[in-house]
Design a protein around this ligand. Structure first.
Ligand SMILES: Cc1cc2nc3c(=O)[nH]c(=O)nc-3n(C[C@H](O)[C@H](O)[C@H](O)COP(=O)(O)OP(=O)(O)OC[C@H]3O[C@@H](n4cnc5c(N)ncnc54)[C@H](O)[C@@H]3O)c2cc1C
Length: 485
């Protein structure tokens, strides 16, 4: 019998199920939709998520399917374009662009390697729990009697309008932006270098700027474009967050009209594959756990897409919870370890909600203040000082318990074209990082940490003040940054 039910097969639920399986826990995963959504919501994949995918063994296939985001061309109305390259030279990965439908397809394929298939057309409609387990009611899309099933744990990865969160009565406080946005997948005929994103803005006194944003998709010439929806499209129906699949999306002339208004060269848009309208809310769940039920991803935190943080944060929620649930189910850790999930991940969610809200409210008016690139990479996330992290080193210089283990910059090995992570050297693990650096490289040679030398005079970079969290929370007593996500 499956011990865990994962509700929702978006990027967070798929990660949750795959990570549970990797750590040896049996789960079922259901989704009410007969097919995954075709829209490209998330594109931006942070370096931190790529590290998680590396640990899962899927970074390389994700990278192969994506496109590196090389920079941003900004056009402020009436001014000449300005290009900013996105330089992240000290990080193990750059910023990847991968449409969410591809992320979900590849995660589902990865899940299949564990013999797990998403049960589609299955909706969770009831949930109750006691000290022994969680009882759920599941309804099939085709009708028929609902299934009553029991699980040791349930994880709600069921999005902004989470049925699990509602059944648990967990508050989801916050508010919504009043305006509606629209997006579409188009071909654009222009000379923007491949990999560059574009943002054209006209500031509006006392309101959101008029905007046209184009993020490159892996297929040459194609972009996911987004902008404010014109009054005619801003229908009152739908929900207060996310894609409004039941409402009419814009047609190509409506998108072209915005481009013509804001782009001086008036490039020609063509071949609209899909379009939609969406709304944005900012909310954070009051709790991430209640008894034997958990919530993760958009079920726990929703916020503006500015900075591309939502899916990434959710994937990291799942990664944080999965190994803990697996350890508890094996009897290798106490139940109370599960409390560390909320203690570690809810502050991260709160910070992301606040940061993306501030970035959205000041959108286009950032003059003088630089966007916090490192915060957006999520590499700075740390669980330092949270209740489940004990640091016996007592303030010694260097990384602290709960930090992500820093990279050793400059280590080189003969015949290997990409630098090894300090973590792997420390672990004596010579296996290839599944997603080797975008700078390419030769096949990894086995042999642990032996044979590496510092190259180019570079030293190991000290951890930044905020620390970073490859370590994650862990049972007390592990004093150095640990290897678990
Ligand atoms: C325009 C836009 C751009 C974005 N760009 C980015 C970006 O660049 N980077 C980024 O990180 N994030 C981005 N996001 C946010 C990102 O799309 C979400 O954070 C992400 O989809 C959340 O994943 P999830 O798995 O938690 O939820 P979802 O993707 O919403 O998946 C939830 C799943 O649960 C299922 N479900 C719901 N209720 C039930 C039920 N009762 N029973 C069974 N199944 C159920 C649903 O059918 C759905 O498949 C963007 C969002 C938008 C709207």
């Amino acid at each position: 019998m499956a011990e865990i039910l994962v509700v929702g097969a978006g990027p967070v639920g798929l990660t949750m199920a795959a990570e549970l399986a990797r750590h040896g826990a049996r789960c079922r995963i259901i989704d009410r939709l007969a097919q995954p959504l075709p829209y490209c919501r998330a594109i931006g994949v942070t370096p931190r998520t790529l590290e998680v995918w590396d640990a899962m063994g899927i970074a390389r296939e994700m990278i192969d399917a994506g496109i590196w985001i090389e920079g941003l061309r900004s056009i402020l109305h009436g001014q000449p374009p300005r290009d900013a390259r996105l330089e992240l030279p000290d990080l193990p990965y750059a910023q990847l662009g991968l449409p969410q439908y591809e992320t979900e397809r590849l995660l589902a394929r990865h899940l299949g390697r564990f013999g797990i298939t998403v049960e589609r057309g299955v909706t969770l409609t009831g949930l109750s729990q006691d000290a022994e387990g969680v009882a759920v009611r599941l309804e099939q899309a085709g009708g028929g009697p609902p299934e009553s099933a029991g699980f040791r744990y349930v994880v709600g990865c069921d999005g902004a309008h989470s049925a699990v969160r509602r059944a648990l009565g967990i508050g989801f406080e916050g508010d919504a932006f009043p305006m509606m946005f629209m997006l579409g997948d188009v071909h654009i005929g222009w000379d923007l270098p491949r990999g560059m994103a574009l943002r054209a803005l006209r500031l509006v006194e006392g309101g959101a700027p008029d905007m046209f944003i184009a993020i490159p998709l892996p297929e040459p010439g194609r972009y996911r474009v987004s902008m404010l929806a014109p009054a005619g499209l801003a229908s009152p129906g739908g929900s207060d967050h996310g894609i409004q699949a039941e409402l009419q999306g814009p047609d190509l002339p409506q998108i072209q009209a915005v481009a013509d208004d804001l782009l001086p060269d008036r490039p020609r848009l063509s071949d609209l594959r899909w379009s939609s309208v969406f709304r944005i809310s900012m909310r954070l769940a009051a709790h991430y756990r209640q008894g034997r039920a958990f919530i993760a991803g958009d079920a726990a935190h929703i916020h503006p897409p500015t900075g591309g943080q939502g899916m990434n944060t959710g994937i990291q929620d799942a990664c944080n919870l999965a190994w803990k649930l697996a350890l508890v189910l094996k009897g290798a850790a106490p139940e109370s370890l599960l409390d560390s999930y909320e203690a570690e991940r809810r502050p991260v969610g709160a910070e992301v909600v606040a940061r993306t809200r501030a970035a959205s409210e000041g959108y286009g008016r950032e003059a003088g203040s630089k966007p916090d690139r490192l915060a957006d990479t999520q590499i700075l996330v740390s669980y330092r000082g949270t209740g489940w992290v004990r640091d016996d080193a007592g303030g010694a210089a260097g990384p602290a318990a709960g930090d992500r283990a820093p990279d050793a910059i400059g280590l080189r090995r003969h015949g290997v074209g990409f630098p090894p992570a300090a973590l792997r050297c420390a672990a004596g693990d010579g296996t290839p990082p599944a997603g080797a650096s975008r700078r390419g490289g030769h096949p990894w040679e086995r042999g642990g940490s032996r044979g590496f030398r510092a190259g180019g005079g570079a030293a190991s970079r000290p951890p930044s003040a905020g620390g970073r969290d490859r370590a994650g929370g862990r049972p007390a007593g592990m004093a150095r940054p640990c290897l678990l996500p």
